[in-house]
Write a protein of this length. Structure first.
Ligand code: ADP
Length: 303
């Protein structure tokens, strides 16, 4: 099933050292790693590894990172024909400093991600034709998310929106969403009710009243919760030894998109997404940690 992801792509430059440098100071002896990231790209890679026919719409700079990403996406089997090259801005980059206590300091330069306007994308109708799901996050211009959601709604393509990083969503956009996926921070920010202090049904109920057909709240190691007109459903997380929860939510969204495209959102779909994200937290990194469909199927038969 064709899945269109419209979102961000970042190059993560990670430097791990004994301690953080103070302003004006240089700390040597760091260990350096480079990794593909950005919520849009993470979710696209997850959906592709899990069996979706993925078209990624993202803006990259005309630079080394951008060229490396194109090759990487193609190697993942992602359709790269809708990638946009921005000659004026660098590819989105996150500079990540990590110290021995795993504390981090991150500077994100969105660069080309912010030039992913509806005009840069071109015909949304062409991009979305025949798709079983449109997947978006909030690391690109808000206007693009709105217009793409409205186009998808008009064409009968379901919209999965993961409003991360947490942002406010207007009523018209909310009403165009089929599956709203939020973690606890995003749920609190958008509903105005903290899941720590209020019953989950109330928090999710407030979000559902805003107009999406389904609300999914992810709860880390406590699993996930679905609320829609038919009722609610809690899916526990799989018990695994977590080593790095980076991108757990992205893997969950990419997997849910594959499982729910062209089908009803079911307990089975949530279980599939939970299994994929559970496997990912047992491995280091964002995109390197994403399992294949075969790995998830094997995990599901064993657990
Ligand atoms: P985010 O990464 O956006 O903060 P969560 O932390 O809620 O999102 O994680 C998303 C999903 O990943 C959860 O609903 C759960 O299914 C899975 N997950 C996250 N952490 C763990 C964990 N420690 N063990 C097993 N599954 C996990």
């Amino acid at each position: 099933m064709k899945i269109v992801v419209i979102g961000s792509s970042n190059m993560d430059l990670i430097s791990v050292a004994e301690r953080m440098p103070r302003p004006g100071e240089t700390v040597g002896n760091a260990r350096f790693m480079q990794a593909f990231g950005g919520k849009g790209a993470n979710q696209a890679v997850a959906a592709a590894r899990l069996g979706g026919e993925v078209v990624l719409v993202a803006a990259l700079g005309d630079d080394l990172s951008g060229r490396a990403m194109r090759e990487h996406f193609a190697a993942e089997g992602i359709d790269t024909s809708r990638l946009v090259t921005d000659p004026e801005n660098a590819t989105g980059t996150a500079l990540i400093l990590v110290d021995a206590a795993a504390e981090n300091a991150i500077s994100v330069a969105p660069g080309a991600n912010f030039s992913l306007t509806p005009e840069a994308i071109g015909s949304l109708d062409e991009v979305l034709a025949g798709a079983g799901m449109l997947v978006m996050q909030a690391e690109i211009p808000y206007r693009t998310v709105r217009e793409a959601a409205f186009a998808a709604r008009r064409l009968g393509v379901p919209v999965l929106l993961n409003p991360a990083p947490a942002c406010r969503i207007d009523a018209e956009l909310m009403a165009a969403v089929d599956i709203l996926v939020v973690n606890q921070t995003e749920a609190a920010c958008i509903s105005g009710l903290s899941p720590d202090e209020n019953p989950l049904e109330e928090v999710a109920g407030r979000l559902l009243a805003d107009g999406p057909r389904n609300v999914v709240v992810t709860l880390g190691s406590r699993g996930s919760y679905l609320l829609n007109a038919a009722g609610s459903l809690t899916v526990p997380a799989f018990r695994v030894k977590a080593v790095d929860t980076t991108a757990a939510g992205d893997v969950f969204c990419g997997a849910l998109a594959v499982a729910a495209a062209g089908a009803e959102l079911s307990a089975e779909a949530l279980r599939f997404a939970s299994a994929a994200s559970a496997i990912s937290v047992t491995r280091q990194g964002a995109q390197p940690s994403i399992p294949t469909r075969a790995e998830v199927e094997e995990f599901l038969t064993k657990n």
